[in-house]
Design a protein around this ligand. Structure first.
Ligand SMILES: N[C@@H](CCC(=O)N[C@@H](CS)C(=O)NCC(=O)O)C(=O)O
Length: 203
């Protein structure tokens, strides 16, 4: 049985969302988003940095949300929720899947740190402003790519559980401008999916 090490309001939601979309059985280790759980010896034995998500599968331990998604699709769902390698959508699928952690999450991280995590006297308005501008620039191509489409490559795919989750987080942080109408509609569409609602309900 797949075991997901999870904490609410984190990237682990995207793994849980994928498991729900695929209808795979899983066990959840619900942890607090707090050093007492994440930096415990027990969790550091699974992930050296004490981060989430972590997936366990019959002796395998794997971390990094993108790697976990690929692992699940290849080992447990015969490549479901992704286009075939020779399909025309495959390059865009790969691109958007990796754009999530590569380009969108770095400024999201900085924004979360400088609005929520750091004590107020250590928050830096300049750093925050830079990250907000970078995030808006990084989201613009996503908004453009969604014109006339329901999901990133047309049909819903695992790329949506990655970049779509980052888009939902960005929107909740107030960082998706109203002019990005495609992106706004996309986040609302994602947030209405039953599998997303289930994964997000732990938050
Ligand atoms: N690139 C990693 C990032 C993992 C990560 O930083 N996760 C955050 C939660 S969203 C975390 O565990 N933070 C706890 C901490 O920094 O102590 C992934 O995609 O899995």
């Amino acid at each position: 049985m797949l075991k997901l090490h999870f904490a609410p309001n984190s990237r682990a939601v995207r793994t849980l969302w994928l498991l729900e979309e695929l209808g795979l059985p899983y066990e959840l280790n619900m942890m607090a988003f707090h050093p007492k759980d994440l930096k415990s010896d027990e969790h550091r034995a699974r992930h050296p940095l004490g981060r989430i998500p972590v997936l366990e599968d019959d002796g395998v331990i794997i971390w990094e949300s993108g790697a976990i998604a690929e692992y699940i699709l290849e080992r447990h769902k015969n490549g479901g929720l992704k286009p075939a390698v020779d399909a025309p959508e495959f390059p865009a699928y790969l691109q958007w899947f990796h754009y999530c952690e590569g380009m969108v999450m770095p400024p999201v991280n900085t924004i979360v740190v400088h609005t929520l995590l750091l004590p107020e006297d250590r928050r830096d308005a300049t750093v925050l402003g830079q990250a907000q501008r970078l995030l808006t620039r990084s989201l613009a191509p996503v908004d453009q790519a969604l014109a006339g489409k329901e999901y990133l490559i047309g049909a819903f795919s695992a790329a949506d559980t990655m970049l779509g989750h980052a888009a939902v987080m960005s929107n909740r942080l107030g960082c998706v401008p109203d002019e990005m109408t495609n992106l706004k509609a996309y986040t609302a569409r994602l947030e209405a999916r039953p599998a997303f609602l289930k994964a997000d309900s732990f938050g």
